[in-house]
Design a protein around this ligand. Sequence first.
Ligand code: B16
Ligand code: MG
Length: 226
Amino acid sequence: MKKTGVIFDLDGVIVDTAKYHFLAWKNLADGLGFEFTEQHNELLKGVSRVRSLEILLDIGNVNISEEKKQEFLISKNEEYLKFITKMDASELLPGTEKLLDILDDLGVKYVLGSASKNAPLILKQVGIYDRFAGIVDGNSVSKAKPDPEVFLIGAQRLGVKPENCVVFEDAIAGIEAANTAQMVSVGIGDKDTLNEADFNFESLTEINTDVIKTLFSGKKKKEQSA
Ligand code: B16
Ligand code: MG
């Protein structure tokens, strides 16, 4: 049997940290005197911290020095950490642990492929850090999604060919990255938004052993329905 592996995105797939990013970014925008809404926050999903700040400053039409930007990146992360350090296993999104159990039973290894520099801390807080064969996060990559770098490094850590990797992602940029890496892309969330994915599910609760086998069959959704 071919060697297969799984790569998980973090925010939006395993945990919902977007709500904490929102509160921390909103705090910064409030201080700068402009409104930052939940709709604005959608633009930051799956995007790196630096790029998120640039988008936020554009929304507020704010021009500041590089030095000030560095200051804001630090203060936003300090605010975000106040929420993250209170997280526990109850914040795992439904179906996560069951899916990891299925993969363990099948002998399929999995790694994390996230833009977050806080990924190791978050996985420790929710109690699943030790289960991963590797962590590829915002500290290990030089190019952000939609560049495939994060997932290609993930495949290397797994020792699995890219085409035999399945990626679970909730962001358009992440699906694009997985597709460019020639991996099987699985969109978790709104299927209209993630219509470039090979397969779509509302949440990880829908993934059982049979589904996993289908994902690894290499037969993509679009080819199946053709
Ligand atoms: P940090 P993912 C992403 O996580 C978030 O979706 C995105 O909103 C955030 O800006 C990014 O991580 C960086 O996070 O500030 O903790 O380094 O979806 O790639 O797991
Ligand atoms: Mg995500």
